[in-house]
Structures are given as C-alpha cells and as structure tokens.
Design a protein around this ligand. Structure first.
Ligand code: GLU
Length: 313
C-alpha cells in the first residue's frame, strides 16, 4: 500500500483564522493518524490577492498551533517548489497537453455577454453557455482582447465517493459548462493548478472544506483527461459565524494571530476545534499531537458548525 500523502493548501490572502485552523488540523490528523507525510503548499496563484508575508505568517501560526509538515516552502522536499507562483510552467505544460488533444478553446466573451447569456446552474454557479465554442471569431475581437482559455467539457456524469460527504455525481456540461483553464490575464485557473500539483506531489488524500465539494467533479474530470491518478477526497463541514456566514479572513477577531495576542493558548484553540470535530467529549485544552491516536474521519460531524465566541475554553 502507498504511504498516505496529504496536504494543507492555503491561499496567502490574509491572516489565517479559526476556519483555516479547523481544516488544517483535520487534514493534519488524517495524515498523522495514518503515519503519512504532510505537505504544506502555498497557493499563491493569484498575484493580485496573494502576499508573501501572509505565506510566512501562516507558517508561524501553524507551528504555534502544533501542526507541522514534512515538506513545504520553508523545509523543501522532493516535490519542490511548494509555492504555486513558482510552478506556473507545470500548469502551462498540462494546458498544452489538453490543447493538443483539442480540448481547449479561446473565449473572448465580455462580462456583460456572460451575464446576459448564462442560465443559472447548480449550486448558484453560472453555466457557461458555450458561446465561444460555437462562434466564429471576428478578427477585431481577437486583436482587441486577450482570450481566456476554456475546457470543452464532454457530457456525462462524474461520480465519486467522498469519505465524509458520501456519493456525489455531477454532469459538468449541464451544471457548469466549459470552465476556465487560464484567465484572460494569463493566470492559470485554480481547478487546473490544484490537479497538476496534487498529482505531481503524489498526494493520495485530500481533506478540505466542503466549499470545495462542488469543484471536485471538475478536478476529477481534469485528472481523467490528463491521465493522472486522483486522490481520495474528504470534504468536511465549514465553521460558520452566528449569522450563518462562513468564517473569512475579514473576521479579524477569529484570526489565529489575534487570538494569540489576546492570550488564548494554542491548546485551547486545538481543544475547541477537536470538541467541534467530535474528537473530545468536552471542550478542554489539548495538544494537536494528543489527538492523533483517537482520530477517525467517521467521528466528524455533518452539517454546519456554528462558532461560539469568545471560545468556551
Ligand atoms: N487554496 C484553496 C483555499 O485556500 C484550497 C485548495 C484546496 O484545498 O484544494 O481555499
């Protein structure tokens, strides 16, 4: 059997908060409980939103929480580099393979055209109606605008079994349409980059927030089209605030750095998260390493998890 290889793949777009610590802890526990290898990959694909200092800060915060990694931007590893901004050549090579197979086409649609043409698809995503797949491009459009590149999605259901969310299936061509592989500004899409990276880094298990459950069929399609082996997925419920919004980097009060500055201990944060995860019967201080022996994916709760604030520890 292959040794488990899991990863935590945060985007350095702000200070990490309790919600990031939640998925980081669970991904870490899944790997550590199996005696596997933990990878930290910084997803700084989008230069407009990513900041180097947030990448550095998140490593400080994770170490403070007691969550370590065996391969990552600071320690290196066999599959280096571990920052997406340094891996663009790999995304481009994958894109060229898809293009050579006739699966990619340029899209010159403006925002207004997209808004006017797109019927609503599943899970509030807009379905791309395939306008550019069909239209003959006039020369003016080609000169004026750099195109985005889209995948010509074949019809048919993509099915998978998630270790927590169960059986899922989606016909991407109906519910999403041809999705972007490279934006018009030349930045490769998350869907492509994450597949290329997880496959290249030999990741066997992906545990992440269930906001990405709806991305998984697109990623599985890319694994298939690129002839790559897909990992086993576990999508866990996200933490939400009292108003029902998922925690975001805008909620400063729940940033790990702010909690630390206020004197909250790492063991209190970990204990709180472990209690929410069903790994502790009551909310108490605990080290992340003390949770490894008792971890099991089937203990994790379903449904939304509301954060109490201040933390009851
Ligand atoms: N970088 C993504 C995020 O921070 C996570 C990607 C993934 O886990 O697949 O939301």
């Amino acid at each position: 059997m292959r040794t488990m290889r899991g990863r935590f793949a945060p985007s350095p777009t702000g200070e990490i908060h309790l919600g990031n610590a939640w998925t980081a802890l669970l991904a870490w526990l899944q790997v550590r409980a199996a005696g596997g290898t933990m990878v930290l990959r910084v997803e700084d694909l989008d230069p407009d939103r990513s900041r180097t200092e947030y990448g550095e800060k998140l490593m400080v915060d994770m170490k403070w929480l007691g969550l370590d990694w065996d391969e990552g931007p600071d320690v290196g590893g066999y599959y280096a580099p571990y920052c997406q901004a340094e891996r663009r050549g790999l995304y481009q090579a994958a894109l060229e393979r898809l293009t050579a197979a006739g699966l990619v086409y340029p899209c010159y649609c403006t925002r207004a055209e997209l808004a006017a043409s797109a019927p609503h698809g599943g899970e509030n995503e807009r379905v791309y109606a395939g306008i550019c797949r069909r239209r003959k491009l006039d020369d003016a459009r080609q000169v004026i605008r750099h195109p985005a590149l889209r995948l010509a999605v074949p019809p048919g259901e993509i099915c998978f079994s998630d270790l927590h969310a169960g059986f899922r299936s989606q016909d991407i061509s109906r519910e999403i349409g041809d999705f972007i592989m490279r934006r018009s500004d030349g930045i490769h899409a998350y869907q492509l980059a994450v597949v290329v990276d997880d496959a290249a880094m030999n990741i066997t298990h992906v545990l992440r927030g269930d906001d990405l459950l709806s991305s998984t069929p697109r990623q599985l399609l890319l694994y298939r089209l690129l002839g790559l082996k897909a990992p086993v997925f576990t999508h866990v419920p996200l933490l939400i605030d009292q108003e029902g919004h998922r925690l975001s980097k805008r909620q400063q009060a729940l940033s790990i750095a702010v909690l630390r500055e206020r004197g909250v201990k790492a063991e209190s944060i970990i204990g709180y998260l472990a209690w929410k995860a069903g790994l502790l019967e009551r909310c108490q201080q605990v080290k992340a390493s003390e949770l490894i022996a008792g971890f099991a994916v089937d203990k994790l709760p379903s449904g939304q998890l509301i954060v109490e604030y201040p933390l009851p520890v």
